[in-house]
Design a protein around this ligand. Sequence first.
Ligand code: AN7
Length: 363
Amino acid sequence: MSAQAPVDRATDRSGVWRGLLVEYADRMPIGPDTPIVTLREGGTPLIHSEFLSELTGCDVHIKFDGANPTGSFKDRGMTVAISKAKEAGAQAVICASTGNTSAAAAAYAAKAGLTAAVVVPKGKIALGKLAQAVVHGATVLQVQGNFDDALDVCRDLADRYPVELVNSVNPYRIDGQRTAAWEICDQLGRAPDLHLLPVGNAGNITAHWRGYREYHADGVIDSLPLMHGFQAAGASPIVRGERVTSPSTIATAIRIGNPASWPFAVAAADESGGSITAVTDRQILAAFRLIARNGVFAELASTASIAGLLRMHEAGQLPRGATVVCVLTGHGLKDPEWAIAGAADPTTIPVDADHAARVLGLA
Ligand code: AN7
């Protein structure tokens, strides 16, 4: 055994998920000498929702990507981007982020022994995400501007200084994020009819569509889903057809006014026969609460997919009996503030079971 335990590419017989670069090695841009930097991301649950199925008359499944090691889908792209950065001999990586990318970059850079710097919009990222960047030892810079400004700074830095950019403009990020589509097909045994997800910088919808198309071209699936992406109404440049200079939404993860993968997102919606539309903050918050009451604590922004599902249902846009997958991209613990907001304080009781029983209405 070497001191630094390798990821067993072939010898791990435990049946435990080995991470994306091993599980999907044949579809990944890696060679035998690529160092595999993994936290065993991917393999996230596809959860059947009886509640949403009954409500909509469809067969609704939730792809819970909040179950990734750092609590969001960003790990899928980061295992590839950081592995390739390490292979190329990079010492330092940088990214702009609304929070989840920076959390993933910090964690994977730490695992790889690389230095990470993250640039975030000042005061606009959830506390849990900031905590992740800090605890993993990344240098955090808060920019006086929004995400789009932060990305401009990072692109400029990577152009002129020796740092590797690991935002989704880095093609390895998109390569890794294709795996969500493959997992969904592998888990369902087919492609869904409709694939619903939140859209921010638009890397994920781009990656998922590529993933489905590749599986289709290779004959793994025999149909393609309609891709329906949802932006927050106050940060919906693709829907409006113009850059939003001051994006505004409570869903800070998707508070983005000039998405880097804009044209690819439009292509995904158009080519698949789907759409990119907006959901309001109110609809997102209602969806967040609804899905939590059904057992899944997802990050607020990620529940734009559920808000979109409900809106399409109310508008009569869901074909009866369709197989639908809603992607929940992040974990609710990233930002517990939205769970607690408006809730009553827990009742304080003495150490007395009878007292507890009276409060609970059992006695
Ligand atoms: C939970 O972390 O852009 O459309 O900097 O955190 O691929 O950008 C996060 C985006 C959806 C949107 N859901 O995905 C970042 C960042 C959650 C997110 C999105 C994000 P993209």
